[in-house]
Write a protein that binds this ligand. Sequence first.
Ligand code: SF4
Length: 169
Amino acid sequence: MWLIYNIFFPLVLLAGKILRVSPDQTEAYLINLNNRLRRGKKGKVEKILILTPSCLQNKDCKNNIVEDAQNCRKCGTCKIKDLLELSEKYAVKLAVATGGRLARQVLEDTQADTVIAVACEKELANGIIDTYPVAVHAVVNQRPFGPCVNTDLRVQDVESIMRRICQSH
Ligand code: SF4
């Protein structure tokens, strides 16, 4: 596994750049491969984290969910409500990050070893490589208004991963 994540994955990204393959295509390939490799991996609930970017929050919402996801008032305008409810249902942590650096900090702080990460292809592909050996289950977000604003996701995708990886003590 170490060789795959530390050598093969970065090489694929590099080869994609040299061969001028569209970055989205290369990143999607790595994300799919990663998800297949991680598919059978179970996690203990206390070590599982749902990590999502702050662009999932409705841009007009003033609640500081980056500081604490519990600050969401569950109004239902955006999918933060659904993720919060999912995290409560499965008793796992939910964190919202403003970027890759903060996401890595959150991982360090929470000591999670299994992450369901929601983001765009670029952030996911880089995050999967950077955070190894953390098991990242990647969910690509939807961007109906373009990148980084009022993004969306299929909550059922997150829940089906959750059902698969959740393991009681
Ligand atoms: S669901 Fe939560 S984060 Fe989204 S707009 Fe409502 S209060 Fe804000």
